[in-house]
Structures are given as C-alpha cells and as structure tokens.
Design a protein around this ligand. Structure first.
Ligand code: CO
Length: 658
C-alpha cells in the first residue's frame, strides 16, 4: 500500500468513494479537550446531550476517562468517576471507550503497588473501558508490566505510548533522537502492544519530525501508529498531515468547540482536507456540525468562565522557546503569582532546564512535569548562594531513590546523595522495577476506610486518593454535606453571571451594598475576568438575585488543574471554609508556617510530642507535590492548627512549637 495521500477531483456529495485506507480518528473532547481548556471540569451531564450523536460519527474510539478526570471528578465535581463510565456507556454503545492510564501511576501521581494496579485496571475494564492508552512519564516500560498483564487478561486493547520530548529545538541530539523513538516502538511491540502512540503532550512535535518518526516506526513494525499531539505551539494540524503522509493510522482530534489553544487540532478541517483522498475519514461533516451546535449552545456557556480568555493569541510561543509543556508553564506562572513572586519567572525559565538535567533529563509529562516544575520554583524561591536544592520535595526524593523508574540519563550524583540523606527507604537508590519495593496497599486501605467504602470501586478510589477520596465518600454517602462549590451550574446561573460581568464592566460592582443580606449556604463563587482584571464574585442563587460582595480584585487563582486548593475550600472540621489567613502572632512558641499555599496532607507528630529542629512536622501538598515541613526549633508541639484535607494559604501557621 502506498503511503502517499492521493487527492482526486470529484463531486463530493455525489461520488465520495470509500477510502482505500481511511485515517482513523479518536475524539478527545470528553477528556483531554476539557482537561486542556477548562481544567477537567466537564461534567457527565454535559456530555450526555452529544453522546448518542458522537456514537454515530464513526470514531475509532472516544476518550472518556483517565488523566486528571478521576482526580477532578471526585475532588471538585462531587461525581463518582466510575459512574461516568457506566452512564456514558448507556448512550455510546458502538464506539469503544479509551482512557489515559499513567501505567503504574494509574490515575494518580506516584507509583502504586501491584495489587492496587491490578484492581484498578480490572475495575476500569469491568466498568466499560476498552482501550488502555498507557504511558510512563520516564518511558520506563518496566512500569507497564503489571497493568499490561491485567489489560490483556481483561481482553482489552493495550496501546503503548512513547512520551515525546526534546532537549533541543527539534528532534535529535544525544538523548531524544530518531533511534530513541524507534527503539521504544520496538520495545512496545515486544510487550504485545495492540497499537503504538506517539504522545506529544506539549505540542512539540514538528511536522517533518512527525513524518520521520512515523516513517521509521512503520519500517520496523506492523503495529498501527497513533499520533497524539496538543495544539499548544500551533504545529499539530501540520504534524497530523505529515504523519498521515508517512502512513500514520490514527490521529487524535477534538470537536471544534473543544479544539485549539492547549487542546488539540479540530476534527472538521481534517475531514475536509482528506475528503476524496485514499485516506478520507469517511465522516459526515453535517453530523459534526450538528454536534457542534449543541456544544456551542447548551454546553460551552457553562464553562466559558473557566477558560483563560486573558490572551489574544491561541498559540503559546513559550513552548517553542522552552520546549516545555504549555500547561506546565501556566502552572508555574500561577504558582509564582500565588507566592507573589511573578517577577521571578525569567529565573524559573533559566533554572528549569538545569533541574531537568540534574534529574536525569526526564520527559516532562504528568507527574514529572510537576516534579520538575515545583522543584524549580522551590529552588528559585528558597535556594541561597551557599546552598542549592534547599527544599527538596518528597517526590524528587522518590525520583532520586528510583521509585519512578530509570531516568534517560543518570541523576546528578551530588543531588541524589543530598536528596536521599535520611530517606526512609534507605540511602542507596534501587535499580529494580519500582513496584517491587512497594508493599501491597489494598488491605491497608480497606482497614483504614472501613465501611465507608461500600464496594471495590469505592475502595480503589480511596486507595489512590486517601484524603480527597475519603472526603468524597463522605459526600457520596451523606456523612457530610457536599459544599456548594462542587454543585453543577445551570444555564440560568450562566445568565446571572453574564449580567454580573456586564455590571462589572459598567463599574457597578465596586461598592458593597449596605443592606446586603447574610450569605446562605448555597452561595457560590464565580471568577469574573474583566479587561485583564480578575474578580471573585459570590452569587447566592436562592431568592432575589443580587451581588453579595464588593468585587475586589484578588490574586488570580491558580490553574485549577494543578492548584485548585484556594478555589476549593474544604468541608473541613477544624478550619473554616476559606483557607486560613495570614500569619498570626503566636504566644509562647515558634510558629511553623506554610511556605506556599496548599493542602495539609497529614501531621507526622501529635500535640505534646517532642521534636528536634529539622524533624518533619507536617506534610503539605502544593501543586500535587508533597513537601515535608520541618520543625523550626527543638521543643514540644504545642498546637497543630489544621486537620488533614484543610486548605491553607501561604504563611498560615500550621503548628506551634514551644
Ligand atoms: Co494529551
């Protein structure tokens, strides 16, 4: 079969021939699309209106799950992630479902034990998953072994990914060159991959590099090749076309309303570009238009407030400049903004390639993009001329120990030694498959959560997300009420919000009303962006509509995908709904304060315990990374100020040592 795309002149409606080798298409709108554009906040109820129509298009698969959905759904949407699969299956009966699986990281941010990995894949398959798109952030395929065993056992499709990354502006150089990708493809073939995916999460793949890689893989493998490329840098539609010319079998697109920016190329232009060729998708563009209309009118208005409309450009030039995923860059910017350190962004850009190199030149994809990103910010903020890597995150320590797998090049020896000083598992890094040193987790999780987990799906959710998972199960079973922030919004809410924006623009939102009533339990917060300024506006949907607060500009909230804590007050027993305030004077003790905003994961000591300066007192999660915060002095723990799961602001007093 010829690789060439052969156009033919014809009357399309009347005599569109069936293509000899149609390009297959996977739709990403219902997962990566909304994950990329509005922080994974898409709700199941907003997928249903188009689900049956999408089932009629003829997609190779529809991506419905995985990546950040599992986390976001239970944490911010009060939705059971398992239930989404079962619900969508009732509407999408013909088209296979696909999920993004982070190999041994499952749908979380660390490697989990084998028993949990088996259980997760088994349950995903049972609940309706068909295609398991599997990747490892280090491209260390030993991390595939367990999940692949279960994918095959469940009789499902194993798609093996090669994470695409660069160390130079284009393909080549010492590490990530053509040989690297061809060898990875061969390794996936050896593992029995049903298809091979080049996973370009950052939109880095240039059209001619895509051509070269697909061509080279096609020469050594008969396995179908699938290209996943984000639009971020603007290259992906061109890269799709060149990859298709090189014989690429499957590409990923979004429906137009979910396309472009940090999401993916749109489907409709591709359908038209290939129409009448030997690679014609065969899709009916009128059906696609009908889906778009529903999305535009009924779905997208509910989400537009979550989309960053502060920029005119839909392309992120920084990606071309820094070879770093766009989402990661915006997370860094947001994190710096939260810390009032946005002026340090250029230092971060300079430091980032150094940290990445020190950590073994690893690809930048979840979770390694967060690991490298947060460590970079920590270095810029906390390092001194005398000491580098002053605050090393727990995840960097794990990486140095080998818990994520083998890095592309060795980790800097000095950093590794420093990171592993006093590391609980030992100071000598491992070289085996990481999960071999992990203790089984399911029984332990079961003992911890007890009867709150009513079935195996609840238990797996809790095992992967102990803090937020427990909170979700409490909402699910009515132990505690779900806070209003996690409730869906309606088109009616949208109308009210739009009217608020109009008022804000007219300058009518600046004065508080003297006779403002008390906020009810149903109050909800909207982010309103006006001319580059950001307002946080509370709206109480019951009773007569009126704005409740003066809309004072506040620091723009962090990108919700990475650091939504501030926008998601916990239903916390000890702290009020809002994150804790600035530092307070503490009598008779030395405060341990939060160096960054985040969520308290757990306290390592109890009140009354004796600690030495440097002992870990509390573990704080910020941007998904855990930081062990140490006692500032010797003494007795006089007070622990929060509970596990509480959100805290920068400088909040977490504990008092006296
Ligand atoms: Co993606």
């Amino acid at each position: 079969m010829s690789d060439q795309v052969k156009p033919t002149a014809m009357n399309y409606d009347a005599d569109r021939p069936a293509a000899e080798n149609p390009v297959k298409v996977m739709d990403l709108s219902l997962r990566d699309g909304h994950q990329s554009l509005f922080a994974t906040r898409g709700r199941t109820e907003d997928m249903i209106p188009v689900a049956e129509m999408m089932d009629e298009v003829g997609f190779w698969a529809i991506e419905t799950w995985g990546g950040a959905t599992f986390d976001t759904m239970h944490r911010f949407l009060n939705e059971d992630p398992w239930e989404r699969l079962r619900t969508l299956k009732r509407y999408i009966k013909k088209t296979p479902f696909s999920m993004l699986l982070r190999a041994q990281n499952l749908v979380g941010y660390r490697n989990y034990a084998d028993d949990l990995a088996y259980a997760f894949v088994d349950r995903a398959a049972e609940n309706g998953m068909d295609v398991f798109r599997t990747f490892d952030a280090l491209n260390d395929y030993r991390n595939f072994e367990t999940v692949v065993k279960q994918i095959k056992k469940s009789g499902k499709h194993f798609q093996g990914c090669i994470c695409y990354t660069l160390t130079e502006p284009r393909l080549g150089g010492e590490v990530y060159n053509l040989d690297y990708y061809v060898n990875k493809a061969k390794a996936l073939d050896d593992m029995g991959a049903d298809s091979i995916c080049i996973k370009d999460m950052a939109g880095l793949i240039a059209p001619y590099d895509a051509y070269a890689i697909v061509k080279a893989i096609k020469e050594v493998s008969k396995t179908p090749v699938h290209l996943h490329s984000h639009f971020t840098s603007g290259m992906s539609p061109m890269s799709h076309l060149k990859a298709i010319e090189a014989g690429c079998d499957i590409v990923d697109t979004c429906m137009t309303p979910y396309a472009y920016r940090t999401a993916h190329a749109a489907l409709e232009p591709l359908v038209m570009a290939l129409l009448g060729t030997n690679r014609d998708t065969g899709f009916d563009i009128k059906k696609l238009a009908a889906i778009n209309e529903v999305l535009e009118k009924e779905v997208m208005p509910k989400y537009k407030h979550l989309m960053d409309d502060s920029k005119i450009s839909i392309i992120d030039i920084n990606v071309l400049l820094h070879q770093t995923p766009g989402g990661m860059l915006s997370n860094l910017v947001n994190q710096l903004r939260e810390m009032d350190a946005l002026d340090k962004i250029d230092q971060v850009y300079k430091e980032l390639p150094k940290v990445r190199k020190d950590l073994g030149q690893i690809p930048l994809v979840t979770p390694t993009s967060q690991i490298v990103g947060i460590q970079t910010v920590n270095n810029v903020l906390f390092d001194t001329p005398e000491e580098r890597y002053k605050m090393i995150t727990a995840q960097v320590k794990d990486l140095c120990y080998g818990l994520y797998g083998k890095t592309a090049v060795p980790i800097d020896a000095e950093l590794q030694k420093k990171a592993l000083k006093g590391y609980p598992r030992g100071e000598t890094p491992i070289t085996c498959r990481p999960a071999e040193v992990l203790e089984p987790e399911m029984e332990k999780a079961k003992a911890e959560i007890g009867d709150l987990a009513k079935d195996i799906d609840d238990l797996v959710l809790y095992a992967i997300y102990p803090v937020t998972g427990k909170k979700f199960l409490e909402w699910k079973y009515g132990v505690t009420p779900a806070p209003p922030e996690v409730q869906p919004i309606t088109l009616d809410d949208v109308k009210k919000r739009d009217s608020l924006v109009a008022k804000a623009k007219a300058g009518k939102l600046v004065e508080p009303k003297a006779d403002a009533p008390e906020k009810s339990e149903n109050v909800r917060t909207f982010n309103v962006f006006v001319d580059g300024e950001y307002f946080s506006v509370d709206v109480d949907p019951t009773g007569d509509f009126q704005p409740m607060v003066a809309a004072a500009p506040v620091a723009r909230a962090a990108a919700p995908a990475a650091a939504p804590k501030a926008a998601a007050p916990a239903a916390a027993p000890k702290a009020a709904a809002a994150p804790a305030a600035a530092p307070v004077a503490v009598e008779g003790g030395t405060p341990l304060t939060a160096p960054m905003p985040g969520m308290v994961v757990k306290y390592e000591v109890a009140e009354g315990a004796e600690v030495k300066a440097g002992d870990t007192v509390v573990v704080l999660e910020a941007m998904k990374m855990e930081n062990n915060l140490a006692a500032p002095c010797d003494g007795v723990v006089k007070q622990l100020c929060f509970a596990s799961g509480d959100s805290v602001t920068k400088d909040a007093v977490l504990a008092v040592i006296g």
